[in-house]
Design a protein around this ligand. Sequence first.
Ligand SMILES: C[S@@+](CC[C@H](N)C(=O)[O-])C[C@H]1O[C@@H](n2cnc3c(N)ncnc32)[C@H](O)[C@@H]1O
Length: 374
Amino acid sequence: MEEIEHAVKKCETLIRRGYPRHRIFQLIPKNFNPEEVYEIAKCRIKMRDKFTRHNLYFDEYGLRYSTPEIIGMYRARRIKGYTIADISCGVGMQAIFFSFTNPHVLGIDIDPRRIRYAKLNAKAYERDNVEFLAANCFSPEIIEKTKNYDIIFSDPARKESERERKLETLSPSPLKIMEKYGQRNYIFDLPPQISPEKVPQDWEREYISVNGRIKRLTAYTSELKVCERRAVTLPSGESIQSCERDEFTLESELSNYIYLVDESIYYASLLSALQERYDIEYLQVGKRRTLATSSRIIRSDFLKPYEILCDARSIEEIIECLDSNRIGKVTLMFSLDPRDYWKLRKKIEDRLKGEDKATLFRIGQLYVAAKNVT
Ligand SMILES: C[S@@+](CC[C@H](N)C(=O)[O-])C[C@H]1O[C@@H](n2cnc3c(N)ncnc32)[C@H](O)[C@@H]1O
């Protein structure tokens, strides 16, 4: 395997230097499948800061759906001291992260190539308490082999495109897993877009965001469930949870500050829980963007603050206000066709003489100009 490592490294260097694919195929050692070497090298370039190790092995799909280290390690901090069978482990990333806080992890995947890579990835992270096996998780031998594990974890493969996410179309389906494996403690990694009614009501739904954007939904069953809905924002790990109904009202009065609310709050239906914790009012609520307001500055990783400069119903008035506040650059924080975004931004910025930066929100017909608070 060290030899393939040598071929991958060489291939990565050649890609970075801009060599064409056919030329790279001629230059890398001949004893490996050049397509495979090229794919691994490409993935290493693409993975950027998803992982702290660089010498990892991925196929395109395996990289795209692998658990980022920041999320994998968060889950490993929550789930400690168990034996875990990850029965659809892909190239093994979540299984490897679990092995940092749990005595033994078994990873299973139906794809032998991914299992080969998972073993190499475990080496890259210097883990010797994680074992990998290529098998179908529904085979009677695997069900038998995992029967004494404390937790069954599965992050199933998703259909590439689907109008509406469902448990039935995930592969392996959590419903089929529960039918075959019986009464166990399960953790499922589900698509965060799945509608809550499609998830059994007695599972905990934990929504994880990274830098304010929704990334993962983890479902916990039986003894592993601690609450009904929970939102966690990374990297800080601030969390909020509730079992109460999510009841909130919309406010139309602006206060001194406007807040961009972390997406996990909307997904987890925790708007009223966050409102109670920080005494905020909601101006706009939605999947794409949730905005809140408050008269005071709030320090929370769920709330990105901006200080309001002015508001107006017309772009002309907003331009005057921005100019009088010595603004030169404006980020538009509302939905626009990408072409219209740059057209409008240019139209505004061409009339500004200042040096400072501002953000422009639109709530209904109202434009709100605000400055980032650091
Ligand atoms: C989303 S990936 C898992 C990613 C992984 N959690 C990680 O962090 O790298 C899902 C995997 O499920 C595997 N899979 C699908 N059906 C399976 C089955 N019946 N048995 C075992 N693995 C299966 C696929 O081969 C795929 O690699």
